[in-house]
Design a protein. Structure first.
Length: 248
């Protein structure tokens, strides 16, 4: 266990402009120059136009694969005839699967951070963190089972699953960064849990619209777990930031 370091301590931070008034003035003077022939390509409008061109030319983030089994094709075909768009449901199921897998990895990293700073949070135990991790893993298995039940492939990377991979990358980097404190880690966990809970709400609504009542009921149980996660993580975070003054 490493010695606790206060991430809000005063130090030799020279990132602010006020540490060098002369150079700061020079920089601001240059930044306020009117665009000319040499700098026109650096203004906001040119950058926006370049981004817009990339957007117009880009391929889609991905696609929904067709059912790989006869059972899946039959189920999808029946739903297509009723205009239920099962591919949208499969996409969101894959999104949840990707997110819950990421959540499991996120809490694995958080456990390591907690073990190094556990004295800062006496109201929590490693069992609390492992319990949440195990529930995230169980949620992933639940979604995998539901995807297979519909005759789809849980290993396929759908557009929403690909998006989740990009989104969660930053949160995982924040938690695994050795420089971040336990308070920083809890801040990242809380952000992840709030998005997680909202995702289950959407999936429940889709399941009900698809006539998958049994799935919707199981998803509500998972959503209840996520609400409990939010309650715990928010409590830990507020304990550190409000009571001990470790501001983030």
């Amino acid at each position: 266990m490493q010695e606790s370091i206060d991430s809000t301590r005063l130090g030799t931070n020279r990132t602010g402009m006020q540490t060098s008034p002369a150079l700061s003035k020079e920089m601001m003077d240059n930044a306020q120059l009117e665009p000319n022939e040499t700098s026109a390509g650096l203004d906001g409008q040119a950058l926006a136009e370049m981004r817009a061109e990339y957007v117009r030319e880009a391929d889609p983030l991905g696609s929904i694969p067709p059912p790989a089994t006869a059972k899946g094709a039959l189920k999808s075909g029946m739903k297509m005839m009723t205009c239920s768009r099962p591919q949208a449901f499969i996409d969101k199921l894959s999104e949840r699967l990707a997110y819950e897998r990421a959540g499991t990895r996120l809490y694995e990293a958080a456990i390591t951070k907690f073990l190094e700073h556990s004295e800062e949070l006496p109201g929590a135990t490693v069992s609390d963190f492992t319990h949440i991790r195990d529930e995230e893993a169980a949620h992933a298995l639940l979604i995998k089972e539901c995807i297979e039940q519909l005759g789809a492939d849980p290993t396929a990377q759908t557009p929403s699953a690909a998006l989740v991979g990009i989104e969660t990358m930053g949160i995982l980097q924040a938690v695994t960064d050795p420089r971040t404190s336990l308070a920083h880690t809890l801040h990242a966990l809380l952000a992840a849990e709030l998005v997680d809970e909202a995702g289950w709400e959407t999936l429940i609504a889709l399941a009900e619209n698809m006539g998958q009542k049994d799935m919707a009921a199981r998803f509500r149980e998972a959503e209840q777990h996520e609400q409990e996660h939010i309650f715990k993580v928010r409590g830990w975070y507020e304990s550190l930031t409000l009571e001990s003054g470790q501001l983030v």
